[in-house]
Unconditional design. Structure first.
Lengths: 461, 352
């Protein structure tokens, strides 16, 4: 059950909605508390002013007549208090010594009577109420002293105002939240539109169309598009390589296979055993070189495939050179030829695929054995800051024309002759290219050198 | 549904029929409406039983499970009793219905009432309700009444200014023949006079005119109207119009003063400690309903078209607002000053 829930992809929109809603509910509580506190404060100040106004109104209406303070209670004071229409009113006027002159016998706290004025909270008829006391001082010939006018009111209007302010604030916050939610959805929609464009582009593509996609997308998405374009590039290389392999194979095998067949038919009809024997030898030779050709083509396909797909590791080119010699293939290809290893003490590190490098080295060595002359040297070393794996023979090397042509993918003449120098060099060149290096063919005074020059790698990377 | 039986018990009623824990004041009269075995709603009212009888009868007719015990009280005794019960926290009346709305406003202000809210109460204008605890049920004008036989048509006062002119007339025809409530003896008279003093400066001139012409200040609507009917008084000022109607006195006519006419709404209140608040609220809703108002109108308690009757501008009807401002009328010192001023005007005004 839990896994099923996890398996369902969660909508981004739902996540954003949840986020905004939780933000809103937390914010709503904060807004409610803040606006209630603010509303209470505002209501208190507003209605406290009414109380003071009414109390002053009453205080003004006190007169001393024949030495006795008389309150001519003004209706205006009560009309003022009636601005809080549903609140009950308490009032009192006290003379010196706290004697009640008129109004309700509502007790006034001692601190207030001592100070002569101030606000206080109390109850009135079982309900909480807010009171204010203001003084009225007389210094007449026949009466001198301070009268205290106390006016109080229950809290209905204050609470209603505080709640009203809170409600208004919450309504505004709610509306803002809705707007935020809508805006968030809109932004998500806008942001996700390139994705659906890409999906539509991909769905509508021709299967063979591996051209890069339009990268005019937001930066956050460009990473993905770039990765996808890189992936398509690799795919295209692979497909091209495979296509090339097939066409090369077909092309290069057709002629030698046809020649083989013709020679085999001739041999079958040849009555002279001696000639037949000779012909069979030739057929065997041709089959061998056809096998070599096949090996090389497959190894080239392998190399091209691996350079794209195999993980690159740090390798020592000296190990590659050593391994090529230790395999002793050359003793089969060219028995009796002298092959020498020439390496130093320092490691020659590159970042590459071992199998591809071995194939390249093997082909270079094979070429030297087949087409070169004299002693063959295989070596590895660092030259001008670059790692070099090289094979040198004592011969002059190919002529300039061949040299220019050599190393192309497909060298028809070589192939049709059942020889594969071009193919071997093209493997080496492909490997060099794949690992960011190059193939150098250098005829020189002491022989022809074919070198695989690769960027040097740091140890441990 | 003529199940109700009326028991009018005079003031001499022997105590003991109803327990009276707070004080020993007694109702002026008691009537029982509805089935005897149903729980009875105790309604204390200042209105004569006979005036409210049709409305209460209709109410118990429409609500078979409810009975009403109707006690008729004087307004001051009603107020004292209700306030004492409220302060003691003991249950007493389930509903109070009084013409002395200033007293009811004070009871509400002291926290002695409980709220009730319904569609009918919400439909009342703001001037006729306060805190959803006090409602003005009736609509009764304070009018000038005169004797149609003795006052020539040309003399009929249509406003306070006309009345003032009559009082000041050189021929002294109306000297000692104009009556009004004694504000000390009548709570309603005090309320009208107090609101008059707030409404217009005419009041001062009127008081002066009353004083100079030797006008009579006396108690009680019924007595004043009877006096006008018999020709003892020619004109009476600030008489509750509903009494002038229901007293069925011959030769008495009413005038809504054209300058302004005070309109009183009798107050209805449900005490906080009421034993049957639901029934009390039902009675209120009934009285305020279309049917209830029609019955009250037939009893003369809901006057219609004040402005039309006054034949003057629309603002002439001035309802006495049920609002905290009436607390001023209840203030001890204010009342004392007001009555002193009144006494100065009517030095021998102890009417009888």
């Amino acid at each position: 059950m839990v896994e099923a829930v996890h398996a369902t992809p969660r909508s981004l929109r739902l996540r954003v909605a949840m986020g905004v809603l939780s933000l809103l509910s937390v914010g709503g509580i904060v807004v409610a508390l803040a606006s209630f506190a603010y509303g209470r404060q505002a209501a208190r100040e507003a209605y406290d002013r009414l109380l003071v106004g009414a109390a002053n109104d009453i205080a003004e209406a006190i007169a001393v007549i024949d030495g006795v303070p008389v309150v001519d209670l003004p209706v205006s004071a009560f009309d003022l208090l009636a601005l809080a229409p549903d609140d009950r009113i308490s009032y009192s006027v006290r003379g010196p010594g706290g004697v009640l002159l008129t109004g309700y016998d509502q007790p006034v706290p001692g601190s207030i009577s001592a100070a002569g004025q101030g606000f206080f909270d109390s109850t009135f008829g079982g309900e909480r109420a807010r009171f204010v006391t203001v003084p009225r001082r007389f210094a007449e010939r026949d009466f001198s002293g301070t009268l205290l006018v106390t006016v109080g009111q229950t809290l209905n209007a204050r609470n209603a105002m505080a709640l009203g302010l809170t409600r208004d604030a919450l309504v505004v916050a709610g509306l803002a939240g809705l707007a935020l939610l809508g805006f968030a959805f809109w932004v998500i929609d806008r942001a996700m539109r390139p994705l659906s464009d890409i999906a539509r582009d991909l769905a509508g593509r021709d299967p063979h169309d591996l051209t890069p996609m339009d990268t005019a997308v937001p930066a956050e998405m460009a990473v993905m598009v770039a990765a996808m374009n890189g992936f398509m590039r690799r795919l295209e290389r692979q497909i091209t390589a495979m296509r090339n392999l097939i066409s090369d194979t077909a092309h290069q095998l057709r002629t030698p296979v046809a020649a083989l067949r013709v020679q085999a038919e001739l041999a079958a009809e040849e009555p002279d055993p001696a000639k037949t024997r000779q012909m069979l030898d030739r057929i065997a030779g041709r089959s061998r070189s056809l096998g070599d050709l096949l090996d090389q083509m497959l190894s080239r396909a392998l190399v091209i495939h691996r350079t794209d797909s195999a993980r690159r590791v740090v390798l020592d080119l000296r190990d590659i050179a050593l391994e090529v010699i230790e395999r002793r293939d050359h003793e089969l290809v060219a028995p009796g030829r002298e092959v020498v290893l020439q390496i130093g003490d320092a490691p020659v590190l590159v970042l590459a695929d071992e199998l591809s490098l071995s194939e390249a080295a093997k082909n270079l060595l094979g070429n030297a054995l087949r087409h070169g002359a004299g002693r063959v040297q295989v070596g590895a070393g660092v030259e001008a800051g670059q790692a070099v794996l090289w094979v040198r023979d004592a011969g002059p090397g190919p002529d300039a024309q061949t040299l220019a042509r050599i190393g192309q993918r497909f060298e028809r003449n070589a192939a049709s002759r059942g020889q594969s120098a071009g193919l071997g060099l093209s493997i080496a060149r492909a490997v060099a290219d794949a690992f960011g290096g190059r193939l150098a063919l250098e005829p020189g005074a002491d022989g022809f050198r074919a070198a695989l020059i690769l960027p040097q790698a740091e140890a441990g990377t | 549904m003529r199940l109700w039986h009326l028991l009018v018990i005079a003031m001499l009623r022997v105590g003991g029929a109803i327990a009276q824990p707070v004080d020993t004041a007694l109702p002026e009269a008691v009537a029982q409406f509805g089935p005897a075995d149903a729980p009875a709603l105790l309604l204390r009212s200042t209105t004569d039983i006979a005036v409210l009888e049709p409305a209460i009868t209709a109410f118990v007719g429409a609500n078979p499970g409810v009975a009403v015990t109707y006690e008729q009280w004087g307004s001051n005794a009603l107020y004292d009793r209700a306030r004492a019960e409220c302060m003691a926290g003991t249950g007493g009346a389930d509903a109070l219905f009084s013409s002395a709305v200033d007293q009811l406003v004070e009871l509400v202000n002291l926290g002695c009432a409980q709220p009730h809210r319904s569609a009918t109460t919400s439909a009342l204008p703001a001037a006729r309700r306060w805190r959803d605890e006090l409602w003005g049920v009736t609509r009764e004008p304070a009018v000038i009444v005169y004797n149609t036989r003795l006052v020539p048509p040309g003399d009929v006062p249509t406003s306070r200014f006309d009345l003032l002119d009559l009082l000041r007339r050189a021929d002294q025809r109306y000297a000692g023949r104009v009556a009004t409530y004694d504000v000390e003896a009548s709570g309603l008279g005090y309320l009208f006079a107090f609101v008059d003093s707030l409404e217009a400066t005419t009041f001062g001139a009127l008081l002066e005119g009353f004083g100079r012409s030797g006008a009579i200040a006396t108690c009680c609507s019924a007595e004043i109207i009877q006096g006008v009917s018999q020709g003892r008084y020619l004109i009476a000022y600030n008489v509750l119009g509903s009494y002038a109607d229901s007293a069925a006195a011959p030769d008495v006519a009413r005038v809504w003063p054209a300058d302004y006419t005070l309109v009183l709404s009798r107050g209805y209140m449900i005490p906080r400690a009421a034993a049957h608040p639901v029934a009390a609220a039902a009675l209120l809703d009934f009285l305020l309903s279309t049917q209830g108002q029609a019955i009250l109108a037939a009893s003369g308690l809901v006057a219609e078209g004040g402005a039309a009757q006054a034949g003057a501008h629309d603002t002439s009807a001035r309802p006495i607002r049920i609002a905290p401002a009436l607390l001023v009328a209840r203030d001890q010192q204010k009342r004392a000053q007001f009555i002193r001023r009144w006494r100065e005007t009517f030095p021998n005004g102890q009417g009888g």
